[in-house]
Design a protein. Structure first.
Length: 484
């Protein structure tokens, strides 16, 4: 069939387009009229692409906010106009009517884009103006809070805020009802912020300002501040009462009578809390002074033992309690007799357990009296333990729990054996750090602990075997003597 558009391609299974006869030129797709239409469509798409890429891009016109958009629309529209005109000048049309169509499209799209940009710019400028007003009002309130102790500044800041609201009313053409509502909101926020600032600083002026301006506060703000102000007043009254009565140094019985005479239950409860805090504070100060004095006295005793040992007893602080004096006397006797202190292993183990039970408390503990029952090396160890950081303690605590399990599983019960095992570990850690010039990590500590465990087991087994052999030998000697 000669008039078919497709003929069979004998070289393959597909079809190919048959050449169009010259006589069908009037029906060609690439006719002049259709070419103009394609060019017009292409031109319209170019404007759409420009709009998308220039106006809607990440840093385009519609990404601009607030004041930064001011007068930007003209800049973008000029660019658009130049872009359109430049592209029109490059198009050749077969029909003059196509040029008229292209200008109609230009004007239509340009005006639409211009209108949308104007609306966006107007909206952003409006939002910016509102933000400026809002910031100015907030600044007035913040200034009043910053200078809350100066009544003149507070009055000035309050007036400035009202003036700004009036400017907003004129611009927005508010009616009187809306204006008055905005004023009431401002007054409530202004005095709430001011009174709340006094409350946060525990200033009694909060009560004075609340009583004076509470009528301006909205109900929810008023309720919040009323509770806060009442608590503040009760706390101030209770604190001043407790501080004064505490200074009288009354007996517990006399103090309780005073407290029971308070008629306000809330204040009484707070008074008891403050008195407890004052007692604890006084105890901390007293303990700190006693600790410092005790450490100072121990240093004096140790120093005089180096230079004039025969005078050491004279340097003991005999104003301290009996046990403290006894410990220091015993220490001096031991040094004069043997020149050093041998560690009391039970006290070492007990002190170590106390350390791991409450690290924070132990850091503040006065351990200077342990000079009398710990060798210099062991005492220095605990002094170091008091100074370590929390992160280092966590590592030590992990080791301690691991070692406790080993001791339990191995059936080590004697205090002397526990002490020897711990000391062997500590010295092994030190030896490793000295040789390698670095701290042990978790993996290395685990290896050392396992190695020490094996060494200790072998040593302990040898010790038991020796004891059994000695017993057998003693038993044999006794039997031999009986025979004789």
């Amino acid at each position: 069939m000669q008039d078919n558009l497709f003929n069979n391609n004998k070289s393959g299974n597909s079809y190919s387009v048959r050449k169009i006869p010259v006589s069908a030129a009037a029906d060609r797709i690439n006719s002049s009229e259709n070419t103009d239409k394609i060019k017009i469509l292409e031109f319209s798409s170019l404007i759409d692409s420009w709009e998308k890429e220039i106006l809607f891009s990440e840093k385009g016109f519609y990404s601009l906010k607030g004041k930064e958009i001011e007068n930007k629309s003209k800049e973008y529209l000029d660019e658009l106009n130049n872009f359109i005109n430049s592209n029109i000048s490059k198009i050749n049309f077969a029909d003059s009517a196509s040029l008229e169509t292209i200008y109609q499209i230009k004007n239509s799209k340009y005006e639409t884009i211009k209108k949308q940009m104007a609306l966006y710019e107007q909206n952003e400028i409006y939002n910016w103006e509102l933000q400026v007003y809002e910031n100015a009002i907030n600044s007035a309130i913040e200034r009043a809070v910053l200078y809350k102790s100066d009544p003149q500044v507070i009055t000035s800041a309050f007036s400035n805020g009202l003036s700004i609201i009036k400017l907003m009313a004129e611009k927005e053409k508010w009616d009187n009802k809306l204006l008055n509502r905005k004023k009431d909101e401002y007054k409530s926020n202004f005095y709430y912020s001011l009174i709340d600032a006094f409350v946060r600083e525990k200033d009694i002026k909060a009560s004075l300002y609340f009583d004076k301006y509470k009528e301006f506060l909205k109900l929810d703000n008023k309720e919040k501040l009323e509770t806060a102000v009442e608590e503040l007043k009760n706390n101030i009254i209770a604190y001043n009462w407790a501080k004064e009565v505490f200074s009288y140094k009354l007996s517990n019985e006399e103090l309780e009578k005073k407290i029971n005479a308070i008629k306000n239950e809330k204040i009484e409860k707070i008074v008891r809390l403050y008195l407890s805090n004052l007692k604890n504070q006084e105890k901390r100060i007293k303990d700190r002074e006693e600790k410092d004095n005790n450490i100072k006295n121990w240093n004096e005793i140790k120093e005089i033992l180096q230079t004039q040992p025969d005078r050491a007893f004279l340097y003991i602080d005999y104003t301290a309690d009996f046990e403290n004096i006894r410990i220091k006397k015993d220490y001096v006797k031991q040094i004069l007799k043997s020149g050093s202190i041998t560690t009391d292993k039970k006290k070492f183990v007990d002190l170590l357990q106390e350390y791991f039970e409450d690290f924070e408390k132990f850091k503040e503990k006065d351990i200077s009296d342990y000079i009398q029952c710990l060798s210099e090396e062991d005492y220095d160890l605990f002094l170091q333990y008091q100074k370590i950081k929390t992160s280092e303690f966590e590592s030590l605590f992990f080791d301690y729990e691991y070692i406790k399990k080993i001791i339990k599983d191995a059936g080590i019960k004697k205090t002397e054996d526990i002490y020897n095992f711990i000391k062997l570990l500590i010295n092994s850690f030190k030896e490793y750090e000295l040789i390698n010039n670095k701290k042990t990590d978790l993996e290395q500590r685990s290896k050392i602990i396992k190695t020490v465990e094996e060494r200790f087991k072998n040593t302990d087994k040898k010790k038991i075997d020796d004891e059994q052999n000695n017993k057998k030998q003693s038993s044999g000697n006794i039997n031999e003597n009986k025979k004789q």
